[in-house]
Write a protein that binds this ligand. Structure first.
Ligand code: CO
Length: 134
């Protein structure tokens, strides 16, 4: 049976990266390991790692990005929670069998080779849930 292992990251949508970092980095004292543009998603991301998980800040870089649409509709705040799993295909099949609404029926492959898929918030109490298999 596929297993959820841990929270890999929590992603937060921000409209102003410097303002967000003034809280997460400067006030909380968390370290920014990476701050980069993701042209494919028309966004900028910052990763602030903890021992087993990251806080990820995402800012839209263009008004027609998915993140910009999310920001316009729901405002800044929690975007998704990412769960690390040991068998993403198996878990997606299990969810499908339980009529859970999936955004990605099959895993997608990230630039670094990680497989990931999203579960629709409608089936997850209003929270967008990402699955990761590393
Ligand atoms: Co994510």
């Amino acid at each position: 049976m596929p297993q959820v292992k841990q929270i890999n990251h929590v992603a937060i949508v921000v409209d102003d990266m410097e303002q967000a970092l003034s809280f997460w980095r400067d006030a909380l004292g968390m370290e920014v390991a990476e701050l980069r543009d993701v042209p494919a998603e028309k966004s900028q991301v910052a990763f602030l790692p903890l021992r087993d998980s990251d806080v990820e800040l995402v800012r839209p870089a263009s008004a027609d990005s998915g993140i910009a649409k999310f920001l316009a509709k729901r405002g800044p705040g929690l975007h998704h929670v990412c769960l690390e799993v040991d068998d993403i295909e198996g878990l997606l099949a299990q969810l499908h069998a339980k009529n859970i609404r999936l955004i990605n029926e099959q895993p997608r492959i990230a630039a670094d080779g990680k497989r990931y898929a999203f579960i629709h918030p409608e089936s997850a109490g209003g929270v967008l849930v990402e699955l990761y298999q590393i």
